[in-house]
Design a protein around this ligand. Sequence first.
Ligand code: FES
Length: 293
Amino acid sequence: MKDNILISAITKQEWLGEAGEKLRPVVLNAFKAGGEAGTKIKNFLHGTWLGHPLHPLITDVPIGSWTSAAVLDGLELLGKKQYAKGADAAIVIGLLGAAGSMVTGITDWSGTTKKKQKIGLMHGMLNLGATALYTASYVLRKKKKDRGTAIALSMLGYGVTSLAAYLGGHLVYGEQVGVDHTQVSAEYPEDFVAILPEKDLVENKMTAAKAGEISILLVKQNGEIFAIANTCSHLGGPLCDGELKDDCSVVCPWHQSEFSLKDGSVISGPATEPQPKFEVRLKDGQVEVKLEK
Ligand code: FES
């Protein structure tokens, strides 16, 4: 997909890349400093427990609430004062949702690099600006002074958060962040196919072999052969270049998601979707696999 003017302009900003490279280790080290609890919190915020990214679910709260507030404010401006309290309440709900969106968003953002990281950082900064505008609007509303300015600030915030939402949508549909990369154009073998001579498989060594266009990771550990998709579900990293652990798991080289070789499940994020797992059999000196259902 060809980038539009806005995305091109953002990705040309070198300062965004520099700021991202400074901020990303701060976020990752904060989770690391928390030890096992930090990893559990990070996985929770990614949505590993849900099998789906948590961030897009939570962002519906501020977007929905602030849309309601804009409609109610509009009715108030048309003279229907009875809608004022409803608009104020919707702004508070939106602010609470924005806090949740922020922590889950920063966590997901820490698992991105380069172009995605720049767009993600701009998306986050715009949402931070929108949250500041809504906070100022709410303070004025509570002081019961200058209601017109309060409504103008929230309308401005709505414009800013809409632009941020556009960038969030581009990250998913254009950059495929949060998409299960094992399912992009994947046609996994449903019947056994030979993918590697058995003699080429070495104990405790990761080997990638092809079944048509699909790359499959093969590992022989303690005499047992495991096969899962080699393309990481997070952002498509090659698992065969990662780290093989003794406990029958593999760590992706790109953003360190960890998967079980036994069933493809996610042990640690940022990935939230499991790796497809394959049944393995040996026949005529060949390793054969088919998708496990
Ligand atoms: S591509 Fe990001 S963890 Fe694998």
